[in-house]
Design a protein around this ligand. Structure first.
Ligand SMILES: *Cc1c(COP(=O)(O)O)cnc(C)c1O
Length: 222
């Protein structure tokens, strides 16, 4: 019985991934958002060829990193406390949620200690909702200037989350703001926007990296 359930789950993740892959253009990278999901579930996606995983808690990401294959690219997509950067600096590939200079300072310090270059995205607040993290568009240049002095940080582009709403035009207009900021800077090459509910709109507006969780792994139980 348990074995049957396992096979069934395995097929669900595999099928979800295959459906998603058919739906996204080849220039769009897929970050499989695996927060709250078990290592077994991550491995199922891994066995279907998925190599980029996104997590929002450093401790959870670190223990998954310890136990899972080492060719996985780990992306931190959640809010980062400065004092926790040291735990992910040895292995994190990209931090999507850089939103303040104090955090940049710490990433540089820890990346240097580990003799690594950590790729970062600046998280911009595009949603009208109050609750979302991220800088205002007007705060972007000071952060970029600071980052350009840091040899162990490579700013690859921008990340943003649209409002949690069923209003598709609202979501589109928020993505447009981020896409316009992205296009203004020739050095950017990653535009991380779009989740399970809105990745199609995000791709239409120019996203080349989507962060999809529930559409691959199913709903999360917190
Ligand atoms: C959880 C999360 C996602 C994925 O959400 P889904 O709706 O499950 O696809 C994407 N981005 C961030 C920043 C998240 O925290």
């Amino acid at each position: 019985m348990a074995y049957g359930v396992f096979l069934e789950n395995m097929n669900i993740i595999k099928n979800n991934l295959n459906v998603l892959r058919k739906d996204i253009p080849s220039n769009v990278k897929l970050v499989a958002v695996s927060k709250t999901k078990t290592e077994k579930e991550l491995l199922e996606a891994y066995e279907c060829g998925q190599r980029i995983f996104g997590e929002n808690k450093i401790q959870e990401m670190s223990s998954k990193f310890e136990n899972l294959p080492k060719d996985i690219e780990w992306h931190m997509i959640g809010h980062v406390q400065t004092n926790k950067v040291k735990y992910m600096a040895p292995f994190v590939h990209t931090i999507h949620s850089v939103d303040r200079i104090k955090l940049l300072n710490e990433i540089q310090k820890q990346a240097l200690i580990n003799d690594r270059i950590i790729e970062c995205l600046i998280q911009v607040r595009i949603a009208v909702e109050e609750t979302k993290f991220g800088i205002l568009p007007s705060e972007l240049n000071p952060i970029l200037e600071k980052a350009s002095t840091y040899p162990n940080i490579k700013i690859k582009g921008l990340m943003g989350m649209a409002s949690f709403t069923s209003n598709r035009e609202q979501i589109r207009s928020e993505f447009k703001i981020l896409a316009n900021l992205f296009r203004l800077n020739n050095e950017f090459n990653v535009l991380s926007m779009g989740m399970s509910g809105d990745y199609s709109i995000a791709i239409e507006e120019g996203s080349n990296m989507i962060r999809v969780g529930s559409k691959i792994f199913g709903e999360r139980n917190y």
